[in-house]
Design a protein around this ligand. Structure first.
Ligand code: DC
Length: 211
């Protein structure tokens, strides 16, 4: 099956680029970050200890997740809730636990089987989930560019809000890159695209050219 892996840090443009590449190739797109966010929302709601990997793994396995244009958690539409600051602040902690990752990685592989391939975006797609992907792209951009993109998505304005977004991104970068299990890293055979000075159309063109 045909898999295009898109990895990179928060705000690097993965979702926008992934959607456009899916559109151009006729593949469907899977946002694996939304899966980690949905498990995090469920953990916060149930009061599960965010340091208890075993409990979080069990919780993840008990959930019915559906990730598409809308994100459903046991049938409830949580598309907006999973983007809240509370979930954003906790998701890197939840995603660091091996039992959680085992459950979600298995679901990601099953999703690709069911859909006959796909554009899959996340942090460990080219390194761990689909090491044999047809194309691996590692998208990056300067912290400033990523802050501005994320702020735009969130509708954040003003120095104080921008500062908070920048801090949130820096903290997630630190946790996602520094964790022991499946850290954010560039796969050996990934194509690195720095989008700091490119608009996302140009990035999509580059990805399609690589394909
Ligand atoms: O892409 P995003 O910012 O919505 O991802 C949210 C968090 O989920 C991110 O900070 C780390 C985690 N994540 C992960 O560990 N592995 C993935 N494949 C995707 C996301």
């Amino acid at each position: 099956v045909r898999v295009i892996a898109i990895d990179g840090p928060a705000g690097s443009g993965k979702s926008t680029v992934g959607a456009a590449v899916a559109d151009q190739t006729g593949l469907e797109v899977l946002d694996t970050g939304a899966m980690y966010r949905a498990v995090t929302l469920a953990a916060l709601r149930s009061g599960t200890d965010l340091l208890d990997g075993t409990a979080l793994g069990k919780l993840a396995a008990s959930l019915r997740l559906s990730v598409g244009p809308r994100v459903l958690l046991d049938g409830e539409d949580v598309t907006h809730q999973i983007r809240s600051p509370e979930v954003g602040a906790a998701v890197s902690v939840v995603a660091a636990h091996a039992p959680v990752r085992e459950v979600l990685v298995e679901q990601q592989r099953a999703w690709v089987e069911e859909h006959g391939g796909g554009v899959v975006e996340g942090r460990d797609i080219g390194t761990v989930v689909f090491p044999d992907a047809e194309l691996k792209v590692y998208l990056t951009a300067s912290p400033q560019a990523r802050t501005h993109r994320r702020a735009g998505e969130l509708g954040a304005t003003g120095a104080e809000q921008l500062g908070a977004v920048a801090e949130g991104i820096a903290e997630r970068d630190r946790l996602d890159s520094g964790r022991a299990v499946s850290p954010l890293q560039v796969a050996e055979d990934a194509h690195v695209i720095d989008s700091t000075a490119l608009d996302l159309d140009e990035v999509v063109k580059e990805v399609l050219a690589l394909l």
